[in-house]
Write a protein that binds this ligand. Structure first.
Ligand code: MG
Length: 132
């Protein structure tokens, strides 16, 4: 079962994304700030992180830096507003693999997550995904 960590300071977004991916067989963790997210990266070892850029306290860019210090190979997908293009360049340099824009389009989000999961050799998910 793939593990997804959703980090967003808006609880509605966390719940919405969590429900969507749980229905698709993911184990989903949620964090509402950067500190919680870092603790979960260490303890729960997610395969993929969805990381909101705009958060109070530690923002998504700072959280990304710390996540990459913990696990350089962890796939991190940034979630941002359209006007954050400069930040996305920075995020890309820091090792984020994708960014998607709010408002979230779930089909696009699912495609992005699936694409990154399929790149992971140790996931053994090919059969699971090809059934859909
Ligand atoms: Mg936010």
């Amino acid at each position: 079962m793939p593990k997804l960590l959703v980090v967003d300071d808006e609880h509605d977004i966390c719940d919405f994304v969590k429900n969507f991916f749980q229905e698709r067989g993911f184990e989903v963790f949620t964090a509402s700030n950067g500190d919680e997210a870092l603790a979960m990266v260490k303890e729960d070892k997610p395969d993929i992180v969805l990381l909101d850029v705009k958060m109070k306290g530690m923002d998504g860019i700072a959280a990304l830096k710390h996540i990459k210090d913990i696990d350089r190979s962890l796939k991190v997908i940034m979630v941002t507003a359209l006007e954050d293009q400069d930040k996305m360049v920075e995020a890309s340099k820091l090792g984020a693999c994708d960014y998607i824009t709010k408002p979230l389009v779930l089909d696009h989000l699912e495609q992005t997550v699936d694409k990154r999961l399929k790149e992971m050799p140790d996931q053994g998910l090919k059969g699971e995904f090809s059934e859909r």
